[in-house]
Design a protein around this ligand. Structure first.
Ligand code: SAH
Length: 213
């Protein structure tokens, strides 16, 4: 659990790269500049943790590429105290970014191993999401709805209706949609029945899977 000046130096370089790639949200960049990404990865990846790349984590899943995390988070337009639902806790890195931006984070993970590892890791790093849930993200978290925004960090074959229903009017849902490749999609809820849709470039995620239970 060591974070050194060397790690900080590498983080500063990563932030610079993300700025060069077009990330402008200062709060996103500040969060990425503070979070010890190497502690979210297996120690064998420690030397690569600040490269702008995805890496394997437990249960055949991946920690998203920093650029992808930054891009999705920027689309959310996070404000302090926003109540945010994340589907796909994974390593908890994206969760940490949202927490450092002052959001109240509710996150769902369907892989029990990852749920346990990440539930254990985050408090050690003094990162405190409001609620980590083990379950099926296709259903969202109806007991805690509505949310200011929702972020899905796995590739969804379609946009799950419960997630749309759990968004506040004016709220934003950021979700990569597609089977093999995904189109980053932003839905903004205009009123009870209408959503405005925006599409951004292609990304690649591990799939959003139906629950095993
Ligand atoms: N935000 C994570 C990304 C992890 S990859 C990170 O940066 O580390 C996507 C995650 O979504 C995986 O952990 C996978 O197990 C999870 N996932 C896939 N289908 C899901 C579902 N239906 N409900 C909840 N989580 C799901």
């Amino acid at each position: 659990m060591k974070d050194t000046n060397k790690h900080q130096g590498l983080r500063n370089q990563l932030v610079k790269q993300l700025e060069d790639k077009g990330i402008t949200d200062k709060n996103v960049l500040a969060a990425i500049g503070k979070i010890p990404r190497h502690l979210f990865l297996d120690s064998s990846f420690e030397n690569f943790a600040y490269q702008d790349k995805a890496f394997p984590i437990e249960a055949g899943q991946t920690i998203s590429q920093p650029y992808t995390v930054a891009f999705q988070t920027q689309l959310l337009e996070v404000e302090k105290d926003h109540k945010i639902l994340e589907i796909g806790t994974g390593s908890g890195y994206q969760t940490a970014v949202l927490c450092l931006m002052g959001a109240k984070v509710y996150s769902v993970e369907r892989q029990n191993k990852l749920f346990k590892v990440t539930s254990n890791l985050l408090p050690k790093l003094h990162i405190r999401p409001k609620f980590l849930s083990f379950g099926d993200g296709y259903k969202g978290l109806p007991d805690y709805a509505p949310f200011d925004s929702i972020i899905v960090t796995a590739g969804a074959p379609f946009i799950p209706q419960p997630l749309m229903a759990q968004l506040k009017v004016g709220g934003r849902l950021v979700i990569p949609v597609g089977e093999k490749e995904q189109i980053m999609t932003l839905l903004i809820r205009k009123n009870e029945t209408q959503f405005e849709k925006h599409e951004f470039g292609d990304f690649r995620f591990v799939p959003l899977l139906e629950n095993k239970n």
